[in-house]
Design a protein around this ligand. Structure first.
Ligand SMILES: Cc1cc2nc3c(=O)[nH]c(=O)nc-3n(C[C@H](O)[C@H](O)[C@H](O)COP(=O)(O)OP(=O)(O)OC[C@H]3O[C@@H](n4cnc5c(N)ncnc54)[C@H](O)[C@@H]3O)c2cc1C
Length: 475
């Protein structure tokens, strides 16, 4: 077992377990400050939940990802990766919302349409004009929208009692009808929190509303990747880590993390646990259900680790449809009164080489009801649903239809989940946790993952790495 000895004077060795955004971020931050980093990722690629694969000449993301202007840590990572120029950031929050069943012209029913575009006014005034015109609510419902928006200012997401409440109950108590919750609040809370709007933890919903709606007026401006996620995060992460001198081990599944006598850890790898790595510190950046069995005994109280199972998981399903002609003329739209939630034009980003065709992906959050639905059934439901929203789709041929399902896309961001999320630090010196599921204060998002990676690196530098570095520097 290797430890930092007084005669060593070498850089402290750190194993980062898990190559999602949390692990990539922690690895970069630690390598930048001189640690000798090995990033161990079980799969054959980096990127974790943000990944891409090839299918018949298309590059497909397993799930469409977006981010907001307020995602400062994630945007910082993009900067570091040299990828800021490969995302499209709106100059103003601007979402077109469609609903089936508008007026009929020449025998065709056009969808009903709304545009939620912010003004240049400071938040929350920036959204009020658009909300005041939002046609899917009654005049009374529109007038009542500012009530919860303003009351949210006084909701402290850090309070356990807030974490225990359902967002839907709180909205109802602040005058939001069932219709207002479904046609307005769900639009954003379901995709941000990956749980049916009423069922979300008020604390996590408060983070989204307070940051996105009540923060700076550009906080909710939407960013959309312009490159497949595999390139944007995984490939770019591997390149930067290589430049920083960190090792990236792919196909390296960690099976045990054992504290060593005299400090440091033995990290065991491989199906037979026959490979091992001796390190001074470990960042455990895997999903909670994978982290629990890897925790060394006593690193945290057993009930704490057992309770992580309560974070559970919530699925996201993406429905991919390739039409033989263009049917949607915007980069993305949201829908209400439809099973469709958000639709993205993926024609260009997928590298599709089928002239005149258009590739749309429907992103379905909180997709429990679709996680096991056969593809044929989803096609029966979603092709007509798209035709209701996009008149051009009614005459178009469907050249291809397929589905991607991420059954454990995020943890279940339900009331009480906040109490189950651990801090980065453990009782075992040198072992820290990272991952979007840890206690970042943020929902399970790319921003949360990056924040957790930064926090883990800071925690190690504050504790064991500062002392190991000092020993080394004295030599
Ligand atoms: C379909 C989908 C859509 C989403 N949409 C959005 C969105 O629009 N915006 C947004 O901000 N967020 C979105 N998210 C959430 C976001 O992707 C996650 O919050 C974030 O990527 C999690 O990063 P992470 O590093 O914490 O975990 P992961 O990405 O899960 O990374 C953990 C890594 O650990 C590895 N691992 C596990 N066990 C071991 C082991 N024993 N040894 C070595 N490695 C191991 C895994 O293979 C994985 O690569 C979405 C997620 C999904 C699935």
């Amino acid at each position: 077992m290797s430890t930092v000895s007084a005669s060593g004077g070498r850089a402290p060795r750190v194993a980062v377990v898990g190559g999602g955004l949390a692990g990539i971020t922690a690895s970069i931050a630690l390598a930048e400050t001189g640690a000798d980093v090995t990033l161990l990722e079980a799969r054959p690629r980096l990127g974790g939940a943000t990944c891409s694969f090839s299918r018949d000449g298309l590059t497909v993301d397993t799930g469409q990802h977006i981010f907001l202007g307020c995602c400062s840590a994630y945007r910082g990572l993009l900067d570091k990766l040299g990828m800021t120029g490969h995302v499209h950031m709106q100059d103003r929050f601007d979402v077109t919302v469609l609903a089936p069943g508008g007026s009929a012209t020449s025998g065709r029913t056009a969808p009903r349409r709304a545009r939620l575009r912010r003004t240049a006014l400071p938040g929350p005034l920036h959204m009020l004009p658009a909300l005041g015109r939002y046609p899917f609510l009654s005049v009374k419902e529109r007038a009542s929208v500012s009530r919860p928006a303003l009351a949210m200012r006084f909701v402290d997401p850090g309070k356990p009692a807030v974490d225990e409440q359902r967002f839907g109950d709180w909205l109802a108590a602040h005058g939001q009808t069932e219709r207002a919750r479904r046609a307005l609040w769900d639009l954003f809370s379901v995709s941000a929190l990956n749980i049916a709007g009423d069922d979300a933890s008020l604390a996590l919903a408060a983070v989204v509303v307070k940051t996105g709606l009540l923060g700076k007026n550009n906080a909710a401006d939407i960013g959309v990747p312009a490159l497949p996620l595999g390139e944007l995060h995984g490939d770019a992460g591997a390149t930067l880590l290589g430049k920083l001198g960190a090792r990236v081990s792919l196909g390296a599944k960690v099976t045990a993390i054992e504290p060593a006598e005299g400090g440091g850890f033995t990290v065991r790898l491989g199906p037979e646990a026959d490979e091992e790595l001796a390190v001074d510190a470990v960042v455990l950046a895997v999903p909670h259900e994978k982290a629990a069995p890897l925790m060394p005994p006593g690193a945290l109280p057993e009930p704490t680790v057992a309770a992580w199972a309560g974070l559970d998981a919530s699925p996201i399903v993406n429905v991919h449809v390739i039409y033989d002609r263009p049917v949607m003329d915007l980069p993305f739209v949201a829908a209400v009164d439809s099973p469709v939630q958000w639709v993205f034009d993926r024609t260009k980003i997928s590298g599709m080489d089928r002239p005149g065709h258009q590739y749309l992906a429907i992103s379905l959050s909180a997709a429990d009801e679709y996680a096991d639905t056969p593809v044929a059934k989803l096609q029966e439901q979603f092709v007509p649903a798209l035709a209701e929203l996009f008149p051009a789709a009614r005459d178009a041929g469907v050249a291809e239809f397929f589905v991607t399902r991420e059954r454990r896309a995020t943890f279940r961001q339900a009331p009480g989940s906040g109490a189950l999320r651990p801090k980065a630090a453990t009782r075992q010196p040198g072992l820290v946790l990272a991952g979007a599921w840890t206690d970042t204060g943020w929902p399970d998002t790319m921003e949360g993952a990056v924040r957790s990676g930064l926090t883990a690196a800071v925690e190690l530098r504050r504790t064991v790495l500062s002392s190991t570095a000092t020993i080394g520097e004295r030599q």
